[in-house]
Design a protein around this ligand. Structure first.
Ligand code: BDR
Ligand code: CA
Length: 311
């Protein structure tokens, strides 16, 4: 089984991504670290614990991480995910608890004790930047870093040019991209916008596995409403599960290997700049995804959410 650490700010689509990962027999989730983002960190911790209970995996450790971005003011996305981060769904409080270890110590421990670890980043990159800066050596044991963030040719979702994760902590995003010992795989809005969970798909899920759909149905309604009222999109763009499916099935996506940098000041705060024509003569530090086979990806997401075999 492939060892993975998931850094996340749950969040509705983060919770779906966690469920997809926890239901993937190929993956051994050795830790979940929580960062400020969609909701304040302490709420994100509770949500990760709720998802672990829902998935029947109460023993996977959850580590509380940063509560503020490195330099900029923190702005949550509770308008998108609900005050509780789970679509104001009143899911009951978890019985399991967060680990005593904080996220940056957890990275040090998990990455010294294990080799060939994939790190899957679903939120702002504060935890990862802090941990990389604190103990750079252990990051040699990370073999893949996959990041949901940024936009290539697509417009932003938080400003005309910026995607939320990079926008919340642009300094952390820039630090990680410039300091990661492996070439980062970036899953930007250009591809995640093609991953739509619609009411039709949800009703099919309900028929296929009503029990497993109950939790998803509770948390997704708020996201449907948000997408309809803000963007006139029928259904919800579920960004984060694509990271898990891309990790498992790189053949369902394609991308370009380029130098990527993140704007840390001014009007374009959080914008990802991809040096397509190599003006800056810098070595590629990322593969940024540009295409996705959304039908196959959605089928895998649904199959894993429902614990069905897809093929
Ligand atoms: C990203 O921002 C968050 O709201 C989502 O969870 C996703 O990680 C999309 O911009
Ligand atoms: Ca997220």
């Amino acid at each position: 089984m492939q060892k993975v650490i998931i850094d996340t700010d749950p969040g509705i689509d983060d919770s779906l991504a966690l469920l997809v990962a926890l239901n993937s027999p190929e993956l051994d989730v050795i830790g979940i670290t929580i960062v400020e983002g969609n909701v304040p960190t302490e709420i994100g911790v509770q949500n990760a614990l709720k998802v672990l209970e829902e998935a029947g995996k109460p023993d996977i450790p959850v580590f509380e991480g940063a509560s503020l971005p490195l330099k900029h003011e923190y702005i949550s996305a509770q308008d998108t995910h609900g005050l509780d981060g789970l679509g104001e769904s009143n899911i009951s409080s978890p019985k399991i608890s967060v680990s005593d270890l904080k996220a940056s110590s957890a990275y040090e421990k998990l990455l010294s004790d294990n080799e060939d670890v994939w790190v899957l980043a679903l939120g702002p990159l504060t935890n990862i930047a802090l941990a990389m800066e604190r103990t750079p050596k252990v990051w040699g044991n990370m073999s893949r870093l996959i990041i949901m963030g940024g936009a290539y040719q697509s417009n932003g979702n938080t400003s005309p040019v910026a995607e939320y994760n990079f926008w919340v902590d642009p300094d952390a995003a820039e630090y990680v991209l410039q300091n990661s010992p492996v070439v980062a795989e970036i899953v930007p809005l250009d591809v995640t916008r093609k991953i739509l969970l619609t009411p039709n798909i949800l009703s099919l899920m309900q028929r296929l596995n009503p029990d497993k759909t109950m939790f998803i149905n509770k948390i997704i309604q708020f996201y449907f409403d948000f997408h309809w009222s803000q963007e006139h999109v029928l259904g919800a763009v579920i960004n984060d599960p694509l990271v898990i499916i891309h990790a498992l099935y790189p053949e369902y996506t394609s991308g370009i290997s380029k130098y990527v940098t993140v704007v840390t000041e001014g009007k374009a705060l959080g914008q990802s700049i991809v040096d397509i024509a190599n003006f800056w003569k810098k070595e590629a530090n990322a593969v940024i995804l540009t295409e996705v086979d959304s039908l196959h990806v959605m089928a895998e997401i649904i199959a894993r959410l429902l614990n069905l075999s897809s093929s």
